[in-house]
Design a protein around this ligand. Structure first.
Ligand code: F0G
Length: 352
């Protein structure tokens, strides 16, 4: 029986002896082949669908580790700043452990499914009048002054847990892919994947990190004061692990690029068109790959010099489930038609 990432890969994770496993059987997510989209882009394409984790995002891999360590050393309260997914995950694992969870979110900028999750799992949800970055500064300060445990990805155990996604990909493919594409927000996940691939020694992918154009500090080379994007999960102007993200891109001979909100929505639609519905931020990875290929809404490939992933094995990490942010779809895809309850009306509307 599968028992979660700590049980499965714990021997490869650098966790203290006092760690006391708190698990919801996270991980073991599907690596889904995407033959249609792959053919269109000229690559062998897989989606690592992290939306299939217990709270609907990849955060659960790191949260099981961070909460297990915190509980093991006797911390009774955990806190995080979050654009939503970390909040829901921290809330769930704290509930599981019987601990108190406090989550700080940017006021009015968190998708409905995430906010509802955090509330449902019983966290104390506090809206901050400011960005994620301001909320993160607050939780860092309070955890320096009190025994409350910080469970953002500044916490090294979060990274340890999140490395397991790289291990799983290698276990399924038998080796690392040639390219790994993923969204970058606070830059914990790209850091964890790169550490995981380096440790596992099944080859190294080139990494394409993708930010939203309105929140692209790593592309611009400086913090963004007022980040803005429809992909609220990655609406971050000052990534805590920005340096490590740049290092992962550089060392892997990859890069970090930015895509527009339009490109993100169109990529979300493309993925859903092949049966995989992800939240907007989660579509940034595929949007980046499409931009590199000169597809979608861009007339020219990003680098202008050919598409380096052509013919290669590419894994796109889809970090969170589409159910997290339903309103974005209702607003930008299509509104269902309304008909009277009779056969004629149905036949007419579907054209038979
Ligand atoms: N995708 C989703 C769905 C996310 O929720 C996040 C981050 C990312 C990508 C980016 O990952 O921060 O490790 O670079 N969400 C955080 C949160 C910030 O609070 O839920 P990252």
């Amino acid at each position: 029986m599968y028992r979660g990432v700590l049980e499965h890969y714990g021997h490869l994770l650098d966790l203290p002896a006092h760690t006391r496993p708190v698990s919801l059987l996270e991980g073991n997510t599907p690596l889904i082949p995407m033959p249609r989209l792959g053919k269109e882009l000229g690559v062998e394409l897989f989606v690592k669908f992290e939306g299939m984790n217990p709270t609907g995002s990849f955060k659960d891999r790191g949260m099981t580790a961070a909460i297990s360590e915190a509980v093991g050393r006797g911390a009774r309260t955990v806190i995080c700043a979050s654009t939503g997914n970390t909040a829901a995950s921290a809330a769930a694992y704290a509930a599981r452990a019987g601990s108190r969870a406090i989550v700080l979110i940017p006021e009015g900028k968190v998708a409905a499914g995430k906010l509802a999750g955090a509330v449902a799992y019983g966290a104390e949800v506090i809206q901050v009048q400011g960005s994620f970055d301001a909320a993160l500064a607050l939780v860092v300060e309070i955890t320096q002054k009190t025994p409350i445990a910080l469970v953002n990805s500044i916490n090294p155990y979060r990274i340890e847990g999140q490395k397991t996604a790289a291990f799983e990909i290698c276990d399924v493919l038998g080796r690392a892919p040639d390219w790994l594409c993923l969204p970058v927000g606070n830059a914990g996940n790209i850091t964890a994947y790169w550490a995981g691939f380096k440790q596992y020694q099944k080859g190294l992918p080139r990494i394409l990190g993708v930010q939203a154009q309105g929140a692209a500090p790593l592309v611009l080379g400086h913090p963004v004061e007022n980040p803005e994007t429809i992909a609220t999960a990655i609406r971050i102007g000052k990534p805590a692990r920005g340096e490590q993200a740049l290092e992962a891109a550089r060392e892997s001979k990859g890069r970090i690029i930015a895509v527009s909100d339009e490109e993100i929505l169109s990529a979300q639609k493309m993925l859903a068109g092949e049966g995989v519905w992800v939240e907007p931020a989660s579509a940034a990875g595929i949007a980046g790959l499409m931009a590199e290929a000169g597809r979608g809404r861009r007339p020219e490939p990003v680098e202008g010099s050919g598409f380096e992933a052509r013919g290669k094995t590419v894994v796109v990490v889809c970090t969170g489930h589409g159910l997290k942010d339903p309103s974005v779809v209702i607003e930008s895809f299509q509104s269902p038609k309304v008909i009277p309850a009779n056969y004629e009306a149905l036949a007419t509307v579907i054209g038979v």
